[in-house]
Design a protein around this ligand. Structure first.
Ligand SMILES: *Cc1c(COP(=O)(O)O)cnc(C)c1O
Length: 406
C-alpha cells in the first residue's frame, strides 16, 4: 500500500472538505516541480507522465518562461480589450506565423477557444454558405473531448459528461471516429463544419486509420464544409509534429489551440483562421475580459519561442519512438496494445488501468488512466534518455504488481 504522510493526509482532507468532488485525482500532493520531475510534500520525487494533460510540454517551471512572467508582472498584467496593450501584437504575430493563419482570436482556456470556433463556423454557415437561420449543423465524433461547458458537453457522446446536464445545445451530429463513410453520410446542406481531434486524447488516445484525416479534409473542401481541428491537446509538438494534423499534411480551416500555449504558467488559448473566415467577426460579436491580456501574451510569446527553439516536436518524436519501443518490448500478455504518436501514448490493459496507475505512483511515476482500460503516458516533451530508462525500469515491476492486485 501507498503510505501517505500526515501532512499529505491533512491536505487531502481539507481539499475534500472545502472543494467540490468533481475530480478523482491520484493521492500525490505536489509541492514543487522542475522539468519532467515532481516532488511531493515529503520531498519524494516522481516522473510526471501527465504534464497537466499536455499543458506543460516545455517542462515545469521553464526558466525562460518564468523570466518573461516576472518581467511582465512588474509592468502591466491586465487591461481588457477595451484598451490596447503593447504585448498582444507580438504574441499574435508569432502565433499566426507558427500556426500558418492570417488571424487569431486570443482566449484563455481550451474550451473557450472551441466555443469561439463553433461560433465562427456557424457565422460562416449563415453568412457565406447560406444555411437557413438557426439550422447550422456541426459533425462531431464519438468519444470526443472538447471541454466542459454546455457547448462542449452538447457535442460529447460520453454518458458521464452529459448525464443530468440537459437540455443540450442543438446542432451537433456525432459519427464514429475513423469511419469515413459515416462522416460522408452525416454531411448535409446545413453542415457548416466538422469538429475533430487529430488524435482523441481524453477519448483513449485513439489514432484514426491512415489517410482518414486527409480524406476528411478533402471531403470538407468538396462539400463546402469547414474543417475545425481541436489541437488543444495534440498541438505544439505533442504528437511529434508541430500539430497532429501535420502528420497527413492537413491544413484545417479553423485551428483551436490551448494548453501548451501557456507554457505551463497561465491559461492561454486561441482560435485561428484565414481572413475569409475571420473577417466574419466584427466588434461586439465575441470577446473575453482576460483574452490577449499583456501577461498572457508575454508568457505565450516566449512559450512559442521555446517550442520552436528547443525543437520540441522533434524531441517528442524521438523520445516517443524510444518509449513506445520499450513499452512494447515488455511483451506482457496483460498489455493489449501500445498506441499513439510522439509523446501521446496509450497503454491498453486487460485489467482496470487505474491499478497500473496506482502501482506506478508507488514506484515514483505519475500517470493516469484516461479510459477504464487505457493508461495515458504523456510526459513533458523535454524528457531525456535517463528519464525514459527510469520509466521503463519501473514500468515492468508496476505491471507485475498491478496484474495481481484485486
Ligand atoms: C483539455 C482539452 C480541451 C479543454 O481545454 P480546457 O483548457 O480544459 O478548457 C479541449 N479540447 C481538447 C482536445 C482537450 O484535450
Amino acid at each position: 500500500m501507498y503510505l501517505l504522510s500526515n501532512r499529505a493526509q491533512e491536505l487531502i482532507a481539507d481539499e475534500q472538505r472545502y472543494g467540490a468532488a468533481n475530480y478523482a485525482p491520484l493521492d500525490l500532493v505536489v509541492e514543487r516541480a522542475e522539468g519532467v520531475w515532481l516532488w511531493d510534500v515529503e520531498g519524494k520525487r516522481y516522473l510526471d507522465c501527465v504534464s497537466a494533460y499536455s499543458a506543460v510540454n516545455a517542462g515545469h517551471c521553464h526558466p525562460r518562461i518564468y523570466a518573461a512572467l516576472v518581467e511582465q508582472a512588474r509592468r502591466v498584467t491586465l487591461t481588457s480589450r477595451a484598451l490596447r496593450n503593447d504585448r498582444m501584437p507580438g504574441f499574435l504575430e508569432k502565433l499566426t506565423r507558427i500556426c500558418g493563419y492570417d488571424k487569431a482570436v486570443p482566449m484563455n482556456t481550451g474550451v473557450e477557444a472551441v466555443e469561439t470556433a463553433v461560433k465562427l463556423a456557424r457565422r460562416w454557415g449563415y453568412a457565406v454558405k447560406g444555411i437557413p437561420t438557426d439550422r447550422a449543423e456541426i459533425v462531431v465524433f464519438e468519444n470526443n473531448f472538447h471541454g466542459r461547458t454546455m457547448t462542449a458537453v452538447s457535442a460529447s457522446t460520453t454518458a458521464e459528461y452529459r448525464a443530468r446536464f440537459g437540455p443540450f445545445l442543438p446542432g451537433f451530429v456525432a459519427v464514429p471516429f475513423g469511419d469515413f463513410d459515416a462522416l460522408a453520410n452525416a454531411i448535409t446542406p446545413n453542415t457548416c463544419a466538422i469538429l475533430i481531434e487529430p488524435i482523441q486524447g481524453e477519448g483513449g488516445v485513439n489514432v484514426p486509420p491512415d489517410g482518414y484525416l486527409r480524406r476528411a479534409r478533402d471531403l470538407c473542401s468538396e462539400r463546402n464544409v469547414l474543417f475545425i481541428a481541436d489541437e488543444v491537446q495534440t498541438g505544439f509538438g505533442r504528437t511529434g509534429d508541430m500539430f497532429g494534423c501535420d502528420y497527413e499534411s492537413v491544413k484545417p480551416d479553423i485551428l483551436v489551440v490551448g494548453k501548451a500555449l501557456g507554457g505551463g504558467y497561465y491559461p492561454v488559448s486561441a482560435a485561428l483562421a484565414n481572413d475569409d473566415v475571420m473577417q466574419l467577426f466584427a466588434p461586439g460579436d465575441h470577446g473575453s475580459t482576460f483574452g490577449g491580456n499583456p501577461l498572457a501574451s508575454a508568457i505565450a510569446e516566449v512559450a512559442l519561442d521555446v517550442i520552436v527553439s528547443e525543437d520540441l516536436p522533434a524531441r517528442a518524436r524521438r523520445a516517443g519512438s524510444t518509449l513506445v519501443r520499450g513499452l512494447r518490448a515488455i511483451g506482457s500478455p496483460s498489455i493489449l496494445q501500445v498506441r499513439g504518436r510522439g509523446l501521446l501514448i496509450g497503454v491498453v490493459t486487460n485489467f482496470p488501468a487505474h491499478r497500473l496507475s496506482e502501482a506506478l505512483l508507488e514506484r515514483g511515476i505519475a500517470a493516469k488512466e484516461t479510459r477504464d482500460d487505457v493508461l495515458r503516458i504523456a510526459p513533458p516533451l523535454v524528457i531525456d534518455d535517463d528519464a525514459i530508462a527510469y520509466l521503463l525500469d519501473r514500468f515492468t515491476d508496476a505491471l507485475k504488481a498491478a496484474e495481481t492486485r484485486p
